[in-house]
Design a protein around this ligand. Structure first.
Ligand SMILES: [Zn+2]
Length: 117
């Protein structure tokens, strides 16, 4: 059964290699997520320095066209900026980027680089 990997992947894609891809650095922050079939869910971002979960602001005083991700643990430093005027837009843009990296197989390259460290 395990040899039939491939095209009929609607309900039987539990062994897909990208399912172990659940973390990446995107726009300066660490993003972690879960897979629901082939969709990114529970996408959250963390500080690359202290691993604290980032809070976000859409009304940052200097730039209202981006969502700012801020680490409370690191002097409220702005860790990441994502274009867009709402958290929903920023998260959707990030999940599109994750799905793009999966589609282009870029994530495999990233995983290799990480395991070389
Ligand atoms: Zn931090």
């Amino acid at each position: 059964m395990a040899f039939f990997e491939g095209t009929n992947s609607t309900s039987t894609s539990n062994n897909a290699p990208y399912l172990s891809y659940i973390e990446d650095h995107i726009s300066g922050a660490v993003w972690r997520w879960k897979w629901n079939d082939n969709k990114v869910v529970n996408l959250t971002c963390y500080c690359p320095t202290c691993d604290g979960q980032l809070i976000y602001s859409t009304s940052y005083m200097y730039d209202e066209s981006s969502v700012h991700f801020i680490c409370e643990n690191c002097n409220h430093n702005v860790i990441s900026k994502v274009k867009g005027d709402s958290i929903g837009f920023a998260v959707a843009a990030t999940s599109r980027e994750i799905e793009r990296r999966v589609r282009t197989k870029e994530y495999k390259k990233l995983n290799l680089e990480l395991s070389d460290l």
